[in-house]
Design a protein around this ligand. Sequence first.
Ligand code: FES
Length: 229
Amino acid sequence: MPSELLPNFANSPRTISIYRCNWEKDVMSNDGVNVQRRRFLTVSTTVVGAVGVVGAAVPFIGSWNPSAKAEAAGAPVKVNIANLEPDSMLSVEWRGFPIFIVRRSEQTLEGIRKLTGQVADPESTEYPDQQPAYAQNPIRARDEHPQIMVFKAICTHLGCVPQYWDVNHPTDRDEWYGGFFCPCHGSMFDMAGRVFKGVPAPSNLEVPPYYYESDSVLVIGLDSEGAAA
Ligand code: FES
């Protein structure tokens, strides 16, 4: 993936990337979108082992290039989430896709539980392949760290990258506890990546395989240590 695309799903204050079916080729800016409320936390992320270094912020772009080939080949990505604050997110790349990692506060988790009747597939049972079995639950997370959500930031409608809208972002919904908005055709997802009813996207956002090497190190691309990639 061209390195110049990376800021679009990282921490750019002005540019929103619009991904259609071929998201590497079809990128455009959307300066009219108000992204001031997004709380994209700039967190340095560390990739350990053979992969190299992955960055969530623009200044680290130069470090992406060596790892891009490894990631494209399917290597797992290790991310340090120690500095990820509640209701903030960071983005990394895995296998050429933007992966969003969100730490949800207890209040946000409570909000997710209140939305059961408003999301299309609250238990993620309709499309079981959209997440590993350990994330097939209402909050779509592993038991060890239920506050952490990991998902592929590709809208399940036509492949655009959703934007993070925090709890204070204005929406036309009666209940809003933060979530993700797709600017292409208006699909909305809650803070568990579950799609709301009545929007174009047919299913919840996809959860990649992941596990925790420690409380602060997340490995994306494997279900457990030693698992086949
Ligand atoms: S691609 Fe997201 S709503 Fe159409």
